[in-house]
Design a protein around this ligand. Structure first.
Ligand code: SF4
Length: 473
């Protein structure tokens, strides 16, 4: 029997969303690879969030296998290349898929034997067949298939659970996004067509897994029009009608607040709440980002939107961006006040990051403002926990002071407990409001580490002097 090692690379010591223990979840794409592999294969998996694939000397920590398969987003790529090199040194072939392989084919092809761009579902059986017949090609393109392709293929969650006992799994219900926010890479690697999985297929998969904790894997489960909104209502109503009991969480946009029916079914079907891209309270910044969904509602309506969601006992996890053009040193206090005044149950953030191939990258690069240009090594900075471009509306020190202000007023000391008490006051009497308030509190406790690391990263940047060096000479 042939043996395949599935690896989720991770830069040791990094804290990001993967550090949130409440929702720590398996690498679903690798679970799909195991499920899609035809024939007689034995699998093992290394998730570097939990166990390293390389020891301190750069040697692999596992025995020889016939094939190594990895997945990688941009910030993981330097680590991925190190593992790939160690595999090559031991003559093990490596296949790489994921976002970075899709956007950086030329670079990635220097490090691995084969690249799968796009999504693997359609093309993976051919990749394996070619491998078994010694005719593996350099590149396969899986494209962006219709999601009905997932009807009869469920990810091999048991393989993952046997190894690491994950408490949460994710489940795909949609992919792609028709919007084009300047910082976001979703439309680039998942396409601008909003692809929806038939809700009955999702319900069937929910019934087939005994995972009670589920994350909806996509960036927007509610969608972008009446038809997709109706589909979301049917999905959560279907959970209630079929008696599917899950503790679930998902990402969506603020317009969901205008749909009391979907909120009611979300609450009844076990939803904790939702992560919503608030991004900014400054409409000029939102315009620059192209965040049309928030602009349509208007920042004046944010308070009312959050209130409507809380009435259903659902927690609001607001995701915001710091360091975007148009944000000056007053933006930190403004955002802190917004979070406190509106009882946002969790506030997480990303430092505005020009992910490669996005419109934002192109603009900042044209303006010669990106100071992390030594690729591939510098890709590890492109994770929203580092600043990689020069700011125009404040100095680096003002940025650091502003971030510290947010931390001191929302996270440090007794602030998380105070915010828990507010969450309980706001939604404690509704449906699962108490449970959802506790969920938000625990996410906040974990995000505390992510926040502290981002502050350390900024201070290290200031000390390094890199911020003012000219990398375009
Ligand atoms: S941020 Fe959200 S709405 Fe904007 S492009 Fe990305 S997925 Fe779409």
């Amino acid at each position: 029997m042939k043996k395949m090692m599935l690896i989720n690379p991770h830069p040791p010591g990094r804290h990001g969303e993967e550090s949130l223990t409440v929702i720590v979840q398996m690498p679903l794409n690798l679970a799909y690879i195991a499920a899609l592999t035809p024939g007689d294969w034995e699998f093992d998996v290394i998730d570097e969030n939990i166990e390293l694939a390389l020891d301190e000397n750069g040697n692999l920590t596992f025995d020889d296998v016939d094939l190594v398969c990895m997945t990688s987003v941009t910030y993981q790529s330097p680590r991925t290349y190190k593992i790939a090199k160690a595999c090559k040194d031991r003559s093990m072939p490596v296949i790489l898929g994921g976002v970075h392989a899709t956007t950086h084919y030329e670079e990635v092809s220097q490090y691995v034997d084969t690249i799968v761009t796009g999504e693997a579902e359609k093309v993976w059986p051919k990749v394996i067949s070619d491998f078994e017949n010694n005719r593996l090609q350099k590149k396969y393109d899986g494209g962006l298939p219709n999601l009905s392709i997932l009807e009869n293929v469920y990810p091999d969650r048991e393989l993952m659970r046997r190894k690491y006992d994950y408490k949460f799994s994710s489940i795909i219900t949609t992919k792609g996004c028709p919007n084009f926010c300047d910082f976001c890479s979703v439309p680039i690697y998942q396409g601008r067509k909003f692809r929806e999985r038939p809700f009955e297929h999702v319900l069937d998969e929910m019934e087939a897994t005994d995972y009670k904790g589920l994350m909806l894997a996509e960036d927007n489960f509610y969608g972008h029009g009446n038809r997709s909104n109706e589909r979301a209502r049917n999905l959560f109503k279907g959970m209630v009608d079929r008696g599917i009991e899950k503790d679930w969480f998902g990402f969506t946009a603020l317009n969901i607040s205008q749909d009391p029916v979907v909120l009611e079914y979300m609450a009844k079907s076990g939803g904790f709440g939702m992560l919503i891209g608030i991004e900014s309270t400054n409409e000029e910044v939102l315009k620059k980002m192209g965040k049309s969904v928030n602009l349509k509602l208007g920042t004046d309506s944010y308070h009312d939107c959050v209130d409507k969601i809380h009435q259903h006992g659902l927690a609001v996890w607001g995701s915001v961006v710091f360091g975007a053009d148009g944000d000056g040193k007053d933006s930190f206090k403004r955002m802190t006040d917004f979070v406190l005044d509106n009882n946002i149950d969790v506030m997480s953030f990303g430092i505005d990051c020009p992910f490669p191939k996005t419109q934002l990258y192109k603009r900042l690069d044209d303006e010669k403002r990106i100071f992390r240009k030594n690729y591939p090594d510098d890709w590890h900075f492109f994770d929203s926990g580092h600043l990689v471009h020069r700011l125009v509306d404040m100095t680096l020190l003002e940025f650091i002071e502003g971030m510290q202000y947010v931390y001191d007023n929302l996270y440090a000391g007794d602030n998380l407990r105070k915010r828990l008490r507010n969450s309980l006051k706001t939604m404690g009497s509704a449906n699962n409001g108490k449970r959802n308030s506790m969920f938000a509190f625990r996410v906040g406790c974990d995000w505390d580490n992510v926040f502290k690391q981002a502050l350390d990263n900024l201070k290290a940047l200031n000390d390094s002097g890199d911020y003012t060096k000219d990398f375009y000479k």
